[in-house]
Design a protein around this ligand. Structure first.
Ligand code: KG4
Ligand code: ZN
Length: 349
């Protein structure tokens, strides 16, 4: 029979393999990170300009065990100390998810401890709370990553109600595609961000859906605008002002994100706001988001830079939070049939 420790002492192993990062983390309670190890596969995929699923899966298989053990060693924790395993169940690449899920199931089964299948997006949202757990609720959360641009309202920690999202490209995806058009590396977001710093936003890149009355985004418009701008310069035989194009594209994306967040605040009247996901590492977006909170007198939280990208600390935190909200639920021990979910938007569940 399993006997969990007191709530703020439970030790969770988090596992994340939804895309191209193999990550493991040890967490104490809901928010105290004892270790967080992330092995990025950027080098493998950069020559293809995007993630190659088969290569991602193979790499996860190769290193998952050593990454998990590295996280245990760094936290000075042994397998017997674990109370819980939390693993990303979706959304993501099915093959990649299966690697982490299978490893986590085997470990939890062998150690006779509970397992929580975590929604990756819920993990991202929790990454903001890892820095400041005591922020007042309801929280309006803007999640901006390579695969998602979503707005959620959260009345209870970890319970996300979807209120809007992108109709086409995610913001990070648009960043990556713009970087590719400009011949910058993969992933493109950090490169476009870096280039923007020495450019000025003097080229017109329209921000889409600024005046629509819903809470949806669109980023294929700004991306296509950049395509036309590049073609125009090339047709005229002019050299590309790469820094200015990056700054102009970035200004358009940030304007759209902040504008819709403001709109969502007016609609939902939250007590705080949070930003998360890979694009939350963007300097201009971080600044604009914090300024928005300040102007409205709303506490605004943003994850530390290392917790913006995919990591397992956020998965452990979301898993521990779910588990601790109902530790006696038998579902945590009945996980052998749990399957990966390639698409899965949390909506109040
Ligand atoms: O959350 P994440 O690590 O993976 C997904 O779940 O998608 O996000 C990765 C995305 C990529 O599209 C990457 O280009 C973008 O985040 N990104 C950035 C920056 N750093 C990463 N985008 C804009 N500015 C950045 N500094
Ligand atoms: Zn992610």
């Amino acid at each position: 029979m399993y006997h969990p420790r007191v709530e703020n002492e439970i030790i969770t192993l988090g596992i994340e393999t939804s895309c191209d990062e193999t990550a493991a983390s040890i967490l104490k309670g809901r928010f105290e990170i004892l270790s967080s190890v992330v092995a990025s596969q950027n080098e493998i995929h950069s020559i293809y300009g995007g993630v190659v699923p088969e290569l991602a899966c193979r790499k996860h298989c190769e290193i998952i065990r050593s990454i998990a053990h590295e996280s245990l060693d760094k936290a000075d924790v042994v397998l017997n100390d674990l109370d819980l395993v939390a693993v990303t169940r979706g959304p993501g690449l099915v093959g990649a998810l299966l690697v982490g899920l299978s490893y986590a199931k085997a470990l939890a089964w062998g150690m006779k401890i509970p397992l929580v299948g975590v929604n990756h997006l819920e993990g991202h949202v929790m990454s903001a709370f890892l820095a400041q757990p005591r922020i007042p609720l309801p929280n309006l959360s803007l999640l901006v990553s390579g695969g998602h641009t979503e707005l959620f309202i959260m009345n209870e920690l970890g319970k996300l109600e979807w209120i809007g999202g992108t109709r086409d490209d995610a913001a990070g995806e648009a960043y990556d595609k713009v970087a590719k058009m400009l011949g910058l590396g993969y992933p493109g977001g950090p490169e476009v961000d870096r280039m923007s710093r020495s450019g000025s936003a003097t080229i017109k890149v329209p921000a889409a859906m600024m005046n629509s009355s819903d809470l949806d985004f669109s980023f294929s418009g700004p991306k296509t605008a950049v395509k036309h701008i590049i073609e125009d310069y090339k047709n005229k035989g002019l050299s590309l002002p790469v820094e200015d194009i990056c700054a102009s594209f970035q200004a358009s994306v940030v304007r759209a994100l902040i504008n819709k967040t403001l709109f969502a605040i007016e609609k939902t009247n939250p007590a705080s706001i949070s930003l998360s996901g890979g694009v939350a590492a963007n300097g201009a977006l971080r600044e604009a988001f914090l300024r928005l909170g300040e102007e409205l007198g709303l506490p605004a939280i943003i994850p530390k830079l290392e917790l913006c990208q995919d990591n397992a600390a956020m998965i452990a935190s979301a898993g521990a939070n779910r588990y601790l909200s109902n530790p006696k639920d038998k579902a945590w021990l009945d996980f052998l049939e749990m399957d990966p979910k390639s698409s899965w938007i949390p909506n109040g569940d």
